[in-house]
Design a protein. Structure first.
Length: 422
């Protein structure tokens, strides 16, 4: 009996995994190395998931069978399955049963909605003041978020124990009113956040900022990470709503409109977070962490736009969203590999210093060998403050041996430093 070979999709994905694998020998940056290794592992698992049949442009998250995420996916599927079972028991109880279904849908969605509200309140003092005018939400916020997240993870883990990949084919049983209420609450919260950004520009907003103990500059630069996490929570919230909906409900005009509006409003969170990171960079400069989270936030924004397009009805007969979202992330990773992010950080901070901004030479010389050629160029071309700072801090690292010595970036850095360290 002849065993079937790898499918065309599996072959293409497996070949794609060689691209980030090759870049592991090109760059030495730990940020790029981590991202490239994750891409290699993810694409390797994906090639196994599509080894027989299927397409990356027509698959659900469960169908992809990425084992590292399977427990979470099973947990979400288990929540949807549990909700469907409870809703079916009440489906014959008339108007009272309908009200109970709506209440159940809210009960299942409220934990994620609570996390979203908590993140937005901690990210933006004006939003927090509009939502909770006389309550300081910062003191116990971390404990509340941690408790809600851990409770959700434990619940999903428990529901995932008895699940299997076939659970992803089950449909929910909540009606249009139930799902519209769930989506409408998210839209209201995000809409209030948009309003808070307008209020922040007024005198009343400035007083709210002062009452929160922040200067205008601190307010403008705060909340970046919370806003990014809030955008991620919105994606999970939409996935849960879609999971709870009965067949055909997501195509109803009201539900479709709300399902497309919520991710579009969430794109505003990404835009505000990127603006705040730009202001933070103006004050303190660019680091690899800040650059990496900007790229991650950009990807989240793209995913939200894709979710909105899918919910509007783009290619409704195919489950193209997960595959296209992963492809967008891989394109961003490929772009990062092509431009050398550490060189961008060095050039950006050197340019800031030439305009009189503060300059952290110690951080720049502490980057990986990827930055060495650009640092050497800055020592040769930059002004005296930058040149003296870099020249004083740039040392001679010990020579790499073994496999590390084969890295192209390491060898290039050694050649650049050879005259200095001979």
């Amino acid at each position: 009996m002849t065993r079937p070979g790898l499918s065309r999709t599996g072959t293409v994905v497996a070949m794609a995994a060689t691209v980030p694998a090759l870049f592991l020998s090109v760059w030495a940056s730990p940020w790029l190395a981590t991202a490239n290794m994750a891409a290699v592992l993810g694409l390797g698992l994906a090639s196994l998931a599509w080894s027989s049949t299927g397409s990356v442009l027509d698959t659900t998250v469960v169908d992809a069978s990425l084992r590292a995420l399977l427990a979470v996916v099973r947990g979400l599927a288990g929540i949807g399955s549990l909700a469907s079972t409870l809703a079916r028991r009440r489906s014959r109880r008339g108007a009272a049963g309908s009200g109970r279904r709506t209440g159940l849908a809210l009960l299942l969605a409220l934990p994620l909605l609570a996390v979203l509200v908590a993140l937005l309140a901690s990210a933006d003092a004006v939003f927090g003041s509009l939502l909770l005018p006389d309550v300081d939400v910062r003191a116990e916020l971390g404990h509340v978020i941690l408790a809600v997240v851990l409770a959700g993870v434990l619940a999903m883990a428990g529901l995932a124990v008895g699940g299997d990949s076939a659970d992803g084919d089950r449909e929910g049983s909540f009606g249009a009113t139930d799902i519209a209420v769930v989506l409408g609450l998210a839209a209201a919260v995000l809409g209030l956040f948009v309003v808070s950004q307008g209020v922040a520009l007024t005198g009343a907003g400035q007083r709210l900022v002062a009452d929160a103990g922040l200067t205008p500059a601190e307010y403008a630069r705060s909340g970046f990470f919370q806003l990014c996490w809030a955008a991620v929570v919105v994606v999970g919230y939409l996935a849960l709503a879609r999971r709870l909906a009965a067949p055909g409900i997501m195509q109803r005009p009201l539900v479709r409109g709300l399902a497309a509006t919520v991710p579009l409003l969430a794109v505003g969170l990404v835009a505000v977070s990127l603006r705040r990171m730009a202001l933070y960079d103006q004050a303190f400069g660019l680091t690899m962490l800040r650059l990496s989270v900007v790229v991650a936030a950009t990807w989240i924004g793209l995913v939200l736009l894709l979710v909105s397009a899918r919910n509007l009805g783009v290619a409704p007969d195919r489950d193209w969203l997960p595959g296209v979202a992963v492809m967008a992330g891989l394109v961003l990773l490929l772009g990062a590999n092509l431009v050398n992010p550490e060189a961008i950080v060095v050039r950006h901070n050197v340019a800031r210093a030439s305009q009189g901004a503060t300059f952290d030479a110690v951080y720049l010389v502490g980057l990986s060998p990827d930055a060495v050629p650009t640092l050497a160029q800055a020592i040769a071309d930059a002004g005296p403050i930058v040149r003296e700072g870099l020249d004083r801090e740039l040392g001679c690292p010990p020579p790499r041996t073994g496999v590390a010595a084969l890295n192209l970036s390491v060898r290039r850095a050694a050649r650049v430093l050879a005259p200095r360290c001979s």
